[in-house]
Ligand binder design. Structure first.
Ligand code: IMP
Length: 424
Protein backbone atom coordinates (compact mmCIF):
# COMPACT_ATOMS: atom_id res chain seq x y z
CA UNK A 1 0.00 0.00 0.00
CA UNK A 2 1.21 3.51 -0.70
CA UNK A 3 2.98 6.00 1.49
CA UNK A 4 2.07 9.38 0.02
CA UNK A 5 3.66 12.68 0.97
CA UNK A 6 1.67 15.88 0.47
CA UNK A 7 3.83 18.96 0.15
CA UNK A 8 3.22 22.65 -0.51
CA UNK A 9 4.93 23.74 -3.73
CA UNK A 10 4.76 27.50 -3.04
CA UNK A 11 4.80 29.72 0.07
CA UNK A 12 2.16 27.79 2.00
CA UNK A 13 -1.64 28.08 2.01
CA UNK A 14 -1.88 26.01 -1.19
CA UNK A 15 -4.90 24.07 0.05
CA UNK A 16 -3.08 21.02 1.41
CA UNK A 17 -5.75 20.55 4.10
CA UNK A 18 -8.44 19.83 1.54
CA UNK A 19 -6.23 17.42 -0.42
CA UNK A 20 -5.27 15.50 2.74
CA UNK A 21 -8.90 15.39 3.89
CA UNK A 22 -9.82 13.99 0.49
CA UNK A 23 -7.14 11.30 0.38
CA UNK A 24 -7.41 10.43 4.07
CA UNK A 25 -10.59 8.51 3.28
CA UNK A 26 -8.45 5.62 2.08
CA UNK A 27 -5.55 6.11 4.50
CA UNK A 28 -4.97 4.37 7.83
CA UNK A 29 -2.61 7.10 9.10
CA UNK A 30 -2.09 10.81 8.42
CA UNK A 31 1.07 12.28 9.91
CA UNK A 32 1.91 15.96 10.46
CA UNK A 33 5.71 16.05 10.17
CA UNK A 34 6.76 19.69 10.55
CA UNK A 35 5.75 23.15 11.73
CA UNK A 36 3.38 23.91 14.54
CA UNK A 37 0.35 26.12 15.03
CA UNK A 38 1.81 28.63 12.56
CA UNK A 39 -0.05 26.49 10.01
CA UNK A 40 -3.74 26.87 9.27
CA UNK A 41 -5.32 24.06 7.25
CA UNK A 42 -8.83 24.88 6.10
CA UNK A 43 -11.08 21.85 5.79
CA UNK A 44 -14.73 21.94 4.76
CA UNK A 45 -16.72 18.71 5.19
CA UNK A 46 -19.92 17.25 6.64
CA UNK A 47 -18.92 18.39 10.17
CA UNK A 48 -18.53 22.05 9.12
CA UNK A 49 -15.67 24.38 8.25
CA UNK A 50 -12.47 24.09 10.27
CA UNK A 51 -9.14 25.89 10.43
CA UNK A 52 -6.84 23.26 11.89
CA UNK A 53 -3.53 24.53 13.22
CA UNK A 54 -2.05 21.39 14.73
CA UNK A 55 -4.43 18.47 14.42
CA UNK A 56 -3.75 16.42 11.25
CA UNK A 57 -6.55 16.80 8.70
CA UNK A 58 -7.12 13.01 8.82
CA UNK A 59 -8.88 13.43 12.19
CA UNK A 60 -12.24 13.58 10.39
CA UNK A 61 -12.00 9.96 9.24
CA UNK A 62 -12.82 7.38 11.93
CA UNK A 63 -10.63 4.75 10.32
CA UNK A 64 -7.62 7.02 10.00
CA UNK A 65 -5.22 7.57 12.92
CA UNK A 66 -4.10 11.20 13.02
CA UNK A 67 -0.47 11.50 14.12
CA UNK A 68 1.48 14.56 15.25
CA UNK A 69 4.95 13.38 14.35
CA UNK A 70 8.31 13.97 15.99
CA UNK A 71 9.13 16.80 13.57
CA UNK A 72 6.21 19.00 14.61
CA UNK A 73 6.22 21.49 17.48
CA UNK A 74 3.25 21.29 19.83
CA UNK A 75 1.67 24.18 21.68
CA UNK A 76 -0.41 22.15 24.18
CA UNK A 77 -2.87 24.97 24.90
CA UNK A 78 -3.64 25.36 21.19
CA UNK A 79 -3.93 21.62 20.62
CA UNK A 80 -6.26 21.07 23.59
CA UNK A 81 -8.46 23.97 22.47
CA UNK A 82 -8.57 22.59 18.95
CA UNK A 83 -9.52 19.11 20.19
CA UNK A 84 -12.34 20.44 22.32
CA UNK A 85 -13.67 22.52 19.41
CA UNK A 86 -13.59 19.44 17.18
CA UNK A 87 -15.41 17.39 19.83
CA UNK A 88 -18.06 20.10 20.14
CA UNK A 89 -18.66 19.75 16.39
CA UNK A 90 -19.21 16.02 16.75
CA UNK A 91 -15.76 14.89 15.56
CA UNK A 92 -14.27 11.88 17.39
CA UNK A 93 -10.72 12.82 18.38
CA UNK A 94 -9.78 9.65 20.25
CA UNK A 95 -7.73 8.39 17.27
CA UNK A 96 -5.04 11.07 17.68
CA UNK A 97 -1.45 10.15 18.49
CA UNK A 98 1.37 12.51 19.48
CA UNK A 99 5.01 11.58 19.22
CA UNK A 100 6.90 11.47 22.50
CA UNK A 101 9.74 13.13 20.58
CA UNK A 102 7.81 16.17 19.32
CA UNK A 103 9.04 19.43 20.82
CA UNK A 104 6.82 21.62 22.98
CA UNK A 105 6.25 25.31 22.40
CA UNK A 106 6.83 27.01 25.74
CA UNK A 107 5.72 30.50 26.85
CA UNK A 108 9.24 31.88 26.42
CA UNK A 109 9.29 30.81 22.77
CA UNK A 110 6.29 33.01 22.04
CA UNK A 111 7.84 35.83 24.07
CA UNK A 112 11.15 35.59 22.19
CA UNK A 113 9.42 35.35 18.81
CA UNK A 114 7.80 38.75 19.52
CA UNK A 115 10.93 40.35 20.98
CA UNK A 116 13.16 39.10 18.16
CA UNK A 117 10.74 40.31 15.49
CA UNK A 118 10.60 43.73 17.12
CA UNK A 119 14.40 43.78 17.22
CA UNK A 120 14.61 43.09 13.48
CA UNK A 121 12.85 46.38 12.75
CA UNK A 122 12.46 46.91 9.02
CA UNK A 123 13.94 43.50 8.33
CA UNK A 124 11.24 41.70 10.31
CA UNK A 125 10.34 38.30 8.84
CA UNK A 126 6.66 38.73 9.51
CA UNK A 127 6.47 35.54 11.57
CA UNK A 128 3.15 34.26 12.86
CA UNK A 129 4.47 34.99 16.40
CA UNK A 130 3.58 31.49 17.55
CA UNK A 131 7.07 30.81 18.92
CA UNK A 132 8.08 28.55 16.02
CA UNK A 133 11.56 29.95 15.32
CA UNK A 134 12.66 30.00 18.98
CA UNK A 135 11.23 26.48 19.58
CA UNK A 136 13.12 24.92 16.65
CA UNK A 137 16.24 26.93 17.59
CA UNK A 138 16.05 25.39 21.08
CA UNK A 139 15.63 21.93 19.53
CA UNK A 140 18.98 22.13 17.74
CA UNK A 141 20.60 24.02 20.63
CA UNK A 142 19.61 21.05 22.81
CA UNK A 143 17.51 23.25 25.08
CA UNK A 144 14.14 21.90 23.97
CA UNK A 145 11.40 20.30 26.05
CA UNK A 146 9.76 17.32 24.36
CA UNK A 147 6.23 16.02 24.78
CA UNK A 148 7.59 12.91 26.56
CA UNK A 149 9.31 15.15 29.13
CA UNK A 150 5.96 16.52 30.30
CA UNK A 151 5.05 13.04 31.54
CA UNK A 152 8.11 12.61 33.75
CA UNK A 153 7.70 15.26 36.44
CA UNK A 154 11.20 15.11 37.95
CA UNK A 155 12.98 15.16 34.62
CA UNK A 156 10.72 17.95 33.39
CA UNK A 157 11.32 20.12 36.48
CA UNK A 158 15.09 19.75 36.26
CA UNK A 159 15.20 20.55 32.55
CA UNK A 160 12.74 23.40 32.80
CA UNK A 161 14.65 25.02 35.68
CA UNK A 162 17.90 24.91 33.71
CA UNK A 163 16.28 26.31 30.56
CA UNK A 164 14.23 29.03 32.23
CA UNK A 165 17.24 30.27 34.22
CA UNK A 166 19.08 30.60 30.91
CA UNK A 167 16.10 32.31 29.22
CA UNK A 168 15.57 34.66 32.17
CA UNK A 169 19.13 35.91 31.89
CA UNK A 170 18.48 36.91 28.28
CA UNK A 171 15.00 38.25 28.98
CA UNK A 172 16.13 40.51 31.81
CA UNK A 173 19.65 41.48 30.65
CA UNK A 174 19.14 41.80 26.89
CA UNK A 175 15.50 42.78 26.56
CA UNK A 176 14.85 44.34 29.99
CA UNK A 177 11.76 42.13 30.25
CA UNK A 178 10.21 40.44 33.28
CA UNK A 179 11.62 37.00 34.22
CA UNK A 180 9.41 33.90 34.05
CA UNK A 181 8.55 31.81 37.10
CA UNK A 182 9.80 28.22 36.84
CA UNK A 183 7.11 26.98 39.22
CA UNK A 184 4.27 28.66 37.39
CA UNK A 185 5.30 27.30 33.98
CA UNK A 186 5.93 23.88 35.55
CA UNK A 187 2.48 23.69 37.12
CA UNK A 188 0.72 24.73 33.89
CA UNK A 189 2.63 22.31 31.67
CA UNK A 190 2.28 19.36 34.05
CA UNK A 191 -1.48 19.81 33.73
CA UNK A 192 -1.15 19.91 29.92
CA UNK A 193 0.94 16.73 30.13
CA UNK A 194 -1.85 14.96 32.07
CA UNK A 195 -4.41 15.90 29.42
CA UNK A 196 -2.19 14.88 26.51
CA UNK A 197 -0.88 11.64 28.07
CA UNK A 198 -3.55 9.33 26.55
CA UNK A 199 -2.38 10.36 23.07
CA UNK A 200 1.39 10.18 23.60
CA UNK A 201 3.17 7.25 21.95
CA UNK A 202 6.36 6.21 20.17
CA UNK A 203 4.65 7.06 16.89
CA UNK A 204 7.67 6.21 14.74
CA UNK A 205 7.37 2.55 15.75
CA UNK A 206 3.61 2.50 15.19
CA UNK A 207 3.97 4.01 11.69
CA UNK A 208 6.76 1.60 10.76
CA UNK A 209 4.58 -1.35 11.82
CA UNK A 210 1.67 0.05 9.78
CA UNK A 211 3.84 0.34 6.67
CA UNK A 212 5.12 -3.21 7.15
CA UNK A 213 1.52 -4.37 7.42
CA UNK A 214 0.77 -2.74 4.05
CA UNK A 215 -1.42 0.08 5.37
CA UNK A 216 -1.76 3.40 3.56
CA UNK A 217 0.02 6.32 5.22
CA UNK A 218 -0.29 9.99 4.28
CA UNK A 219 2.36 12.48 5.34
CA UNK A 220 0.81 15.92 5.71
CA UNK A 221 3.07 18.88 5.02
CA UNK A 222 2.59 22.28 6.60
CA UNK A 223 3.76 25.58 5.05
CA UNK A 224 5.35 25.45 1.59
CA UNK A 225 8.70 24.52 0.06
CA UNK A 226 9.64 28.16 -0.58
CA UNK A 227 9.58 28.67 3.21
CA UNK A 228 12.12 25.86 3.73
CA UNK A 229 15.14 26.99 5.80
CA UNK A 230 17.51 25.39 3.26
CA UNK A 231 15.77 25.90 -0.08
CA UNK A 232 13.37 28.78 0.56
CA UNK A 233 13.83 32.53 0.41
CA UNK A 234 16.23 32.63 3.35
CA UNK A 235 16.07 34.35 5.85
CA UNK A 236 12.38 34.95 5.08
CA UNK A 237 11.51 31.35 5.84
CA UNK A 238 10.04 29.24 8.62
CA UNK A 239 12.17 27.13 10.97
CA UNK A 240 11.35 23.52 10.14
CA UNK A 241 11.50 21.84 6.76
CA UNK A 242 8.24 21.64 4.74
CA UNK A 243 9.94 19.57 2.01
CA UNK A 244 10.37 15.84 1.41
CA UNK A 245 13.51 15.88 3.59
CA UNK A 246 11.43 17.22 6.47
CA UNK A 247 8.80 14.55 5.85
CA UNK A 248 11.33 11.78 6.34
CA UNK A 249 13.02 13.35 9.33
CA UNK A 250 9.78 14.49 10.95
CA UNK A 251 8.00 11.15 10.83
CA UNK A 252 10.74 8.54 11.09
CA UNK A 253 9.72 6.90 7.80
CA UNK A 254 12.49 5.39 5.71
CA UNK A 255 12.86 7.16 2.30
CA UNK A 256 12.49 3.90 0.38
CA UNK A 257 8.99 3.40 1.84
CA UNK A 258 7.65 6.50 0.08
CA UNK A 259 5.71 5.66 -3.05
CA UNK A 260 4.44 9.09 -4.16
CA UNK A 261 5.05 12.74 -3.44
CA UNK A 262 2.21 15.05 -4.38
CA UNK A 263 3.00 18.76 -4.82
CA UNK A 264 0.12 21.07 -4.01
CA UNK A 265 0.04 24.35 -5.96
CA UNK A 266 -2.52 27.10 -6.12
CA UNK A 267 -3.45 28.16 -9.66
CA UNK A 268 -1.88 31.53 -8.79
CA UNK A 269 0.57 32.55 -6.06
CA UNK A 270 0.20 33.91 -2.53
CA UNK A 271 2.57 34.72 0.26
CA UNK A 272 2.14 35.97 3.86
CA UNK A 273 4.87 37.85 5.68
CA UNK A 274 7.99 39.51 4.29
CA UNK A 275 10.44 38.34 1.64
CA UNK A 276 10.74 38.45 -2.14
CA UNK A 277 7.84 37.38 -4.39
CA UNK A 278 8.66 38.23 -8.02
CA UNK A 279 5.11 37.81 -9.36
CA UNK A 280 3.36 39.81 -6.64
CA UNK A 281 0.57 42.02 -8.03
CA UNK A 282 0.41 45.27 -6.12
CA UNK A 283 -2.44 46.48 -8.29
CA UNK A 284 -6.18 46.02 -8.71
CA UNK A 285 -5.76 42.49 -10.15
CA UNK A 286 -3.94 41.46 -6.95
CA UNK A 287 -6.66 43.09 -4.84
CA UNK A 288 -9.32 41.42 -6.95
CA UNK A 289 -7.82 37.94 -6.47
CA UNK A 290 -7.44 38.55 -2.71
CA UNK A 291 -11.08 39.58 -2.38
CA UNK A 292 -12.50 36.91 -4.65
CA UNK A 293 -10.49 34.10 -3.06
CA UNK A 294 -10.68 35.46 0.49
CA UNK A 295 -6.91 35.38 0.74
CA UNK A 296 -6.44 36.21 4.40
CA UNK A 297 -4.15 34.17 6.69
CA UNK A 298 -5.96 31.30 8.46
CA UNK A 299 -3.70 31.74 11.50
CA UNK A 300 -3.13 35.50 11.73
CA UNK A 301 -5.87 36.97 9.53
CA UNK A 302 -3.24 38.99 7.64
CA UNK A 303 -4.05 39.81 4.00
CA UNK A 304 -2.05 37.49 1.74
CA UNK A 305 0.10 38.97 -1.02
CA UNK A 306 -1.35 37.72 -4.32
CA UNK A 307 0.28 37.28 -7.71
CA UNK A 308 0.58 35.20 -10.87
CA UNK A 309 1.78 31.60 -10.85
CA UNK A 310 5.58 31.50 -10.67
CA UNK A 311 6.70 28.50 -12.74
CA UNK A 312 10.43 29.19 -12.14
CA UNK A 313 9.89 28.76 -8.40
CA UNK A 314 7.49 25.86 -9.09
CA UNK A 315 10.01 24.02 -11.24
CA UNK A 316 12.55 24.39 -8.45
CA UNK A 317 10.25 22.98 -5.76
CA UNK A 318 9.16 20.17 -8.10
CA UNK A 319 12.83 19.29 -8.53
CA UNK A 320 13.95 19.38 -4.88
CA UNK A 321 10.93 17.37 -3.72
CA UNK A 322 10.76 15.00 -6.68
CA UNK A 323 7.01 15.52 -7.09
CA UNK A 324 5.41 12.54 -8.77
CA UNK A 325 2.18 14.46 -9.38
CA UNK A 326 0.53 17.85 -8.89
CA UNK A 327 -2.66 18.83 -7.09
CA UNK A 328 -3.74 22.19 -8.51
CA UNK A 329 -6.10 24.10 -6.24
CA UNK A 330 -8.41 27.11 -6.59
CA UNK A 331 -8.61 26.99 -10.38
CA UNK A 332 -12.14 28.41 -10.08
CA UNK A 333 -10.73 31.68 -8.67
CA UNK A 334 -9.41 32.47 -12.16
CA UNK A 335 -12.77 31.82 -13.87
CA UNK A 336 -13.54 35.52 -14.31
CA UNK A 337 -10.16 36.82 -15.53
CA UNK A 338 -9.88 37.57 -19.27
CA UNK A 339 -6.10 36.93 -19.31
CA UNK A 340 -3.88 34.91 -16.96
CA UNK A 341 -0.12 35.25 -16.76
CA UNK A 342 2.49 32.71 -15.72
CA UNK A 343 6.11 33.60 -14.91
CA UNK A 344 8.33 31.42 -17.12
CA UNK A 345 11.74 33.04 -16.45
CA UNK A 346 13.32 35.90 -14.52
CA UNK A 347 15.23 38.81 -15.95
CA UNK A 348 18.12 40.22 -13.97
CA UNK A 349 20.23 43.07 -15.34
CA UNK A 350 19.44 42.18 -18.94
CA UNK A 351 20.15 38.45 -18.39
CA UNK A 352 17.57 35.65 -18.51
CA UNK A 353 17.56 33.50 -15.38
CA UNK A 354 15.84 30.14 -15.66
CA UNK A 355 16.78 28.96 -12.17
CA UNK A 356 15.49 30.04 -8.81
CA UNK A 357 18.27 32.10 -7.17
CA UNK A 358 19.62 30.97 -3.80
CA UNK A 359 19.61 34.41 -2.32
CA UNK A 360 16.72 36.68 -1.42
CA UNK A 361 18.48 39.91 -2.42
CA UNK A 362 19.01 38.56 -5.96
CA UNK A 363 15.45 37.26 -6.16
CA UNK A 364 14.06 40.62 -5.06
CA UNK A 365 15.81 42.26 -8.04
CA UNK A 366 14.44 39.74 -10.56
CA UNK A 367 11.75 40.85 -12.98
CA UNK A 368 9.26 38.18 -14.04
CA UNK A 369 9.05 37.21 -17.71
CA UNK A 370 5.45 36.25 -18.43
CA UNK A 371 3.66 33.95 -20.81
CA UNK A 372 0.03 34.94 -21.20
CA UNK A 373 -2.87 32.47 -21.32
CA UNK A 374 -6.39 33.36 -22.42
CA UNK A 375 -8.96 33.27 -19.65
CA UNK A 376 -11.89 30.86 -20.06
CA UNK A 377 -14.53 33.22 -18.57
CA UNK A 378 -16.80 30.36 -17.53
CA UNK A 379 -17.60 28.79 -14.14
CA UNK A 380 -15.60 25.65 -13.29
CA UNK A 381 -16.68 24.95 -9.70
CA UNK A 382 -19.41 22.54 -10.83
CA UNK A 383 -17.09 20.51 -13.09
CA UNK A 384 -16.03 17.01 -11.99
CA UNK A 385 -14.28 15.62 -15.10
CA UNK A 386 -11.22 16.91 -16.91
CA UNK A 387 -12.98 16.49 -20.24
CA UNK A 388 -15.66 18.97 -19.14
CA UNK A 389 -13.26 21.82 -18.38
CA UNK A 390 -13.46 24.74 -20.83
CA UNK A 391 -10.80 24.35 -23.51
CA UNK A 392 -8.88 27.44 -22.39
CA UNK A 393 -8.84 26.20 -18.78
CA UNK A 394 -7.48 22.88 -20.03
CA UNK A 395 -4.77 24.77 -21.94
CA UNK A 396 -3.82 26.60 -18.75
CA UNK A 397 -3.58 23.34 -16.81
CA UNK A 398 -1.54 21.69 -19.57
CA UNK A 399 0.72 24.77 -19.74
CA UNK A 400 1.48 24.43 -16.03
CA UNK A 401 2.13 20.69 -16.40
CA UNK A 402 4.63 21.42 -19.13
CA UNK A 403 6.34 24.26 -17.26
CA UNK A 404 6.64 22.25 -14.05
CA UNK A 405 7.60 19.06 -15.85
CA UNK A 406 5.10 17.07 -13.82
CA UNK A 407 1.68 15.56 -14.50
CA UNK A 408 -1.57 16.77 -12.96
CA UNK A 409 -3.22 14.29 -10.60
CA UNK A 410 -5.92 16.40 -8.96
CA UNK A 411 -7.63 19.72 -9.80
CA UNK A 412 -9.64 21.44 -7.10
CA UNK A 413 -12.40 23.82 -8.13
CA UNK A 414 -13.91 24.67 -4.72
CA UNK A 415 -13.51 24.19 -0.99
CA UNK A 416 -15.66 21.10 -0.50
CA UNK A 417 -14.58 17.48 -1.05
CA UNK A 418 -16.92 17.07 -4.02
CA UNK A 419 -15.51 20.07 -5.88
CA UNK A 420 -12.63 18.03 -7.20
CA UNK A 421 -11.51 16.65 -10.55
CA UNK A 422 -9.56 13.42 -10.03
CA UNK A 423 -7.42 13.40 -13.17
CA UNK A 424 -5.70 10.12 -12.35
P1 IMP B 1 7.01 31.44 11.43
O1 IMP B 1 6.87 30.08 10.82
O2 IMP B 1 5.86 31.85 12.30
O3 IMP B 1 8.34 31.62 12.09
O4 IMP B 1 7.00 32.51 10.21
C1 IMP B 1 8.03 32.56 9.25
C2 IMP B 1 7.46 32.89 7.87
O5 IMP B 1 6.68 31.80 7.41
C3 IMP B 1 6.54 34.12 7.86
O6 IMP B 1 6.68 34.77 6.62
C4 IMP B 1 5.15 33.50 7.94
O7 IMP B 1 4.16 34.33 7.38
C5 IMP B 1 5.36 32.24 7.10
N1 IMP B 1 4.44 31.16 7.47
C6 IMP B 1 4.49 30.36 8.55
N2 IMP B 1 3.50 29.47 8.54
C7 IMP B 1 2.79 29.69 7.42
C8 IMP B 1 1.65 29.05 6.83
O8 IMP B 1 1.07 28.09 7.34
N3 IMP B 1 1.24 29.57 5.65
C9 IMP B 1 1.86 30.60 5.04
N4 IMP B 1 2.93 31.22 5.56
C10 IMP B 1 3.39 30.77 6.73
Amino acid sequence: MPVVVIIGGQWGDEGKGKIVDLLAEKACYTVRFSGGDNAGHTVVNQFGEFKLHLTPSGIFHQTCTAVIGNGAAVNPAVLLRELSELKRSGVDTSHLLISRRAHVIMPYHILFDRLEEKGRGEQAIGTTQKGIGPAFADKVARLGIRVGDLLDHDVFYRRLKQVIEHKNTILTKVYGAEPLSVDEVYRTYIEYGKELEPFVQDTEVIIADAIRAGKMVLLEGAQGSLLDPDFGTYPYVTSSSPTIGGAILGSGIAPAAITACLGVFKAYATRVGSGPMPTELKDETGDFIRKRAQEYGATTGRPRRCGWFDAVAGRFTTCINGFTGIALTRLDVLDVLPAIKVCVAYELQGQRLKHFPSNSETLSRCQPVYEEFQGWLAPTSGIRRLADLPLKAKRYVEGLEELLGCRMDIISVGASREQTIMVR
